[in-house]
Design a binder for this molecule. Structure first.
Ligand code: NAP
Ligand code: G4F
Length: 348
């Protein structure tokens, strides 16, 4: 039986990856941060909380990362933990460097010291391409990061390459384009929309405030994307892979489609609010995942319309259950309403 360590097991991808690895017979360990209120709802939602071993660790603390690797004795490390919200990286640019960039070095150094035979997956991102690059983007497209988050991820990308080439560590970059699900954090635009559409259709909210409606993303379905992380570490040689659907759609299209699911006209509810505009935004991402399709034998089956429908229907069902008085693992009730947010910097 293999051991896997997932940093960031409490996040969207961490939870789905844990579920996948358990189904493949792995012993799964995951790092979590000590918070004033525990944040295990995704693991509970997937009903796997009791099947994983949790290890407290923070990316800014090298000793805790070292200890997580010692305790879990992993064959494979999936490094998913990061401050993953691009908008927040403009408000906390130093944190982006400390957590999202240097965190990678702390994990790789621990592997190098403890057991260089451990295989390593780095959660790289399509944000590396930023603005100014042609689409579709593949492994050869030049990077042009356009946020502190993306710059931090660029550092992580190169550290992964350097440890592979310099120390012979089996280290891979998964250059994943946006992937979403009902487990997506509520501040990301897709889940913000699906949650609001559900509430509006039930009469619990009357409008949806968004930022840049013209931005385009290549949105896929998260449970299908975590499979690629595992596939990359099962190859004979380590490498870097773009993972994407190959389609691109605007935020406006996402909103239109989401309101269509509940037979409402998006234009009656959506307003642009400058609090949700970023100092610099990536205008268009569209991936070319031919290499992954060829070498990993992977291809996505859930496309845009189905993804939107999955997310809206799930949020609708949650709010209906909530109204019936049911208690279940869920994040939405702990978020404040937009009306109570006073500062520009809360990109919810
Ligand atoms: P997510 O839901 O925001 O999860 C991030 C995880 O990192 C959470 O478990 C979080 O813990 C943890 N974390 C944050 N700061 C930490 C710190 N200082 N120390 C230890 N853990 C910390 O993100 P995701 O969507 O699952 O994404 C997973 C990874 O893939 C991230 O690195 C992200 O940047 C990258 N990525 C995501 C996408 C996408 O579309 N989802 C695309 C490309 C790349 P808490 O639960 O305590 O906050
Ligand atoms: O959902 P978003 O916040 O995701 P973004 O910035 O693309 O980043 C996500 O995908 C990356 C992969 O490309 C990951 F690396 C990263 O960790 C994260 O998972 O925003 C998507 C687009 C942006 O252009 C944003 O400006 O939607 C636009 N947008 C418009 N109104 C909004 C809003 N974004 C948010 N979060 N909230 C809005 O009200």
């Amino acid at each position: 039986m293999k051991n896997a360590l997932i940093t960031g097991i409490t996040g969207q991808d961490g939870a789905y990856l844990a579920q996948l690895l358990l189904s493949k017979g792995y012993r799964v360990f995951g790092t979590y941060r000590r918070l004033s209120t525990p944040n295990f709802w995704r693991l509970q939602y997937l009903d796997i909380f009791d099947r994983v071993t949790l290890i407290p660790a923070d990316l800014v603390d090298s000793s805790s990362m070292m200890s997580a690797i010692n305790v879990s004795a992993p064959d494979e490390v999936y490094h998913l933990a990061a401050q993953s919200f691009v908008g927040a990286s403009f408000d906390q640019p130093v944190g982006a460097g400390e957590i999202t960039a240097l965190g990678v070095t702390r994990v790789l150094e621990s592997i190098r010291e403890i057991n260089p035979a451990i295989k390593f997956y780095q959660a790289s991102t399509s944000e590396l391409y930023g603005n100014g690059n042609c689409v579709p983007q593949n492994e050869q497209t030049p990077f042009h990061p356009s946020s502190p988050y993306a710059a931090a991820k660029l550092y992580g990308y190169w550290l992964t390459t350097i440890y592979r080439e310099g120390y012979g560590i089996f280290a891979c970059n998964g250059i994943l384009f946006n992937h979403e699900s009902p487990l997506r954090g509520l501040e990301f635009v897709t889940r913000k929309i699906s949650n609001a559409v559900a509430k509006i259709s039930l009469g619990l909210q009357d409008r949806l405030l968004l930022g840049n409606l013209e931005a385009k993303r290549d949105w896929g379905y998260a449970p299908e994307y975590v499979e690629c992380m595992w596939l990359m570490l099962q190859q004979d040689k380590p490498g870097d892979y773009v993972i994407s659907t190959g389609e691109t759609h605007s935020v406006k299209e996402f909103a239109l489609k989401a309101f269509e699911v509940v037979d409402l006209d998006w234009q009656k509810y959506v307003e642009v609010d400058e609090r949700f505009l970023r100092p610099l935004d990536v205008e268009c991402l569209q991936g070319d995942s031919s290499k992954a399709r060829r070498e990993l034998g992977w291809q996505p089956s859930v496309k845009f319309d189905e993804l939107v429908e999955i997310m809206v229907r799930e949020d609708l069902s949650r709010w209906e259950r909530c109204r019936r008085g049911e208690a279940f693992p869920w994040d939405a009730p702990s978020y404040p309403s937009e009306a109570r947010i006073l500062t520009r910097s809360l990109h919810v």
